[in-house]
Design a protein. Structure first.
Length: 544
């Protein structure tokens, strides 16, 4: 089976925050799980280095677009690596291979008859002397009356045009833009309504799309999918490869989502192989993103693939709701955010992976609070999981000189562990990573209760045989936890495998491979509770 996992591409105009990680983390969990199963996996993403946001950041900092893109791309690569994201290729949209592949896609769509020219009115800011991308015009949504960008209203989810906004303003200078005639290419999205409806019907039947994606996509289909301009007058990006369109760029409608395909081709080139297996009707494709990116992945990208006659359509849509911070909406402009590079300087990456998975915004918005995070780390990750590992291995070190008893494993506990592989695997395959992690931690709690009930610290003296069964069973559980938890807590699982000298993980039951412990040490440290107030004070201090 060929598994394609595509993670949304963050804009390289500012640091990653916890909202990004909450939306993208399921992709890494899914990719890691399928690799453990031995499936053929390709997990791709990259930094979005094109468009006006980066140009504006460059102007603000009196530097170049290239310098901003280089800085944040390098920071993204570092942050994702420290968080354990296992991308097969993490690239960038200003890479030469991406430009070449997107131009080839554009020309193929033109040849296939799905692109046509049209003179339109595009927002132009006289003050800043430039055409504005849709999202850099803001105003009042004509559909629901909420504050909205010129490409989409986050309140009602409506895709809109800047000219339809009420009380329009340029986000750069705050002045009202005018609209000037300019010629652009349009993509015939409307021609694919019936095929996209079939895709939605199939997803409903199979349960492979999140409810928010099904609901929003169906609403767009009911309202009618309009054709959209797919070129723009922009300061940087991918040139339109057609005579007479010099200076115009291929817009995000095509350019950004095509990154999944261009990254796949580049990965194949680097590994001297073909990417075709990941773009066929037999491919199981997962797309992982926040709910604001739903139409890009359920309408725009499928319509482009259909226009290319590419059968590798999205199978699973993993579209998370939003993450709030201390019950308030994240705001990068007001610095109401927890920035990933700063977070990783002080906390274990698996602590964040655990918290954002067990509290994942799968079906509704979830909140990150410093109190809940620190209590979660201390009571659940450290107190439940790490404590079970440490108390067993330390007991073996002290009472058996590190020699692991080779006794019969308790049948009831073994059956519970064996059954968990299928249960957790099915949940991950369906994108239910939160429920999958909950199922594993239910086992860990049962395992702690088992250890307490068997009282090996007593039986080691008055019933050694029973003590050995308890410890052999506990080590068996720990060995299998190092595999079951690997998609979720990779750093901790590597530490466990090192302490038990285990081979690389797989997705099948381990039957006691370990004979001796090796340099047993705690998986985590306790976070002092005073850090709650320290972090809240820091957050308020930085808030603008």
């Amino acid at each position: 089976m060929s598994i394609l996992v595509g993670g949304a591409w963050p804009y390289a105009n500012g640091s990653l925050h916890l909202g990004h990680i909450a939306a993208l983390l399921p992709g890494d969990i899914i990719a890691r799980y399928y690799r453990l199963k031995g499936e053929d996996v390709l997990y791709v993403s990259g930094s979005d280095c094109n468009g006006t946001p980066i140009s504006i950041r460059a102007k603000q900092e009196h530097t170049t677009v290239q310098a901003i893109a280089d800085h944040y791309h390098a920071e993204f690569v570092d942050s994702f690596a420290k968080l354990g994201f296992s991308y097969d290729l993490y690239t960038r949209t200003d890479a030469q291979h991406h430009h070449e592949n997107v131009k080839a896609i554009f020309l193929q769509l033109l040849e296939n008859g799905y692109l046509y020219k049209k003179t339109i009115q595009q927002a132009y800011c006289i003050t800043d002397q430039q055409f504005l991308p849709d999202r850099f015009v803001v105003g009042i949504c004509p559909n629901c009356g909420a504050h909205a960008r010129g490409d989409q209203c986050d309140n009602c989810g409506q895709i809109i045009d800047p000219i339809d906004l009420i009380d329009r303003k340029c986000t750069i200078c705050g002045n009202e833009p005018e609209f000037r005639n300019t010629e652009h290419f349009y993509y015939a999205f409307s021609q694919f309504s019936q095929e996209i409806q079939q895709l939605v019907n199939q997803a409903k039947k199979e349960g492979t799309w999140r409810e928010n994606a099904l609901h929003l996509t169906q609403r767009y289909l009911n309202e009618g999918i309009p054709d959209r301009a797919v070129t723009r007058d922009l300061p940087n990006g991918i040139d339109v490869p057609v005579d007479g369109f010099e200076g115009k760029k291929i817009y995000v409608w095509i350019e950004a989502v095509a990154g999944y395909y261009s990254a796949s081709l580049e990965w194949a080139k680097q590994h001297h192989t073909s990417a075709q297996a990941f773009w066929s009707e037999d491919t199981t494709a997962y797309y992982v993103h926040g709910k604001d990116n739903i139409p890009f992945h359920t309408i725009i990208w499928p319509a482009i693939l259909m226009g290319l006659n590419n059968k590798g359509l999205p199978r699973h849509i993993i579209s998370n709701e939003y993450l709030t911070l201390e019950k308030q909406k994240l705001s990068t402009s007001k610095n109401w955010a927890v920035w990933v590079p700063d977070f990783l300087e002080r906390y274990h990456p698996d602590s964040l992976r655990y918290f954002l998975t067990i509290n994942a915004p799968e079906n509704r918005d979830a909140d990150f609070s410093w109190r809940e995070f620190i209590y979660s780390h201390n009571s659940e990750l450290l107190g439940t999981f790490a404590n079970f590992v440490n108390r067993n291995l330390k007991f073996i070190d002290q009472s058996f000189a590190g020699q692991i008893p080779q006794a019969t494993i308790d049948s009831q506990m073994r059956n519970a562990v064996k059954s968990l592989y299928a249960i957790v695997g099915s949940l991950i395959e369906n994108g239910q990573t939160k429920q999958a992690l909950e199922a594993i931690f239910d086992l860990i709690r049962d395992s702690n209760r088992y250890f307490d009930a068997e009282k090996p610290w007593i039986t080691v003296k008055d019933n050694p045989a029973a003590c050995e069964i308890t410890l052999a069973t506990s080590v068996y559980i720990i060995e299998n936890l190092s595999q079951l938890l690997e998609p979720f807590l990779p750093f901790s699982c590597v530490a466990i495998r090192n302490m038990l000298a285990l081979p690389p993980a797989s997705w099948q039951e381990i039957v006691t491979l370990s004979h001796q412990t090796h340099q047993t040490k705690p998986l985590y440290s306790r976070i002092p509770l005073e850090e709650i107030d320290n972090e809240l004070a820091k957050l308020q201090q930085n808030h603008q």
